[in-house]
Design a protein around this ligand. Structure first.
Ligand SMILES: [Zn+2]
Length: 64
């Protein structure tokens, strides 16, 4: 098995690991039910709806 000849310098290792910082922020989509911003492929944190059904029970049920 091939073995690296030289130790990767601290600087080079950090440069390699740093790439995720340059990525775009987490994408967000609009909830079709309440039009709040939510993460894609996740139930809406605002209304608890996903795929047209209420999946997650809301905490503030008495509010409405
Ligand atoms: Zn929603």
């Amino acid at each position: 098995m091939a073995v690296p000849k030289y130790r990767t310098s601290r600087s080079k290792a950090r440069m390699r690991r740093n790439h995720w910082r340059k990525m775009d922020p987490v994408p967000s989509t609009e909830c079709p039910h309440c039009h709040e911003t939510k993460l894609p492929h996740r139930a809406c944190p605002h209304c608890g709806f996903y795929n047209g059904m209420e999946i997650v029970a809301r905490k503030e049920e008495a509010k409405e």
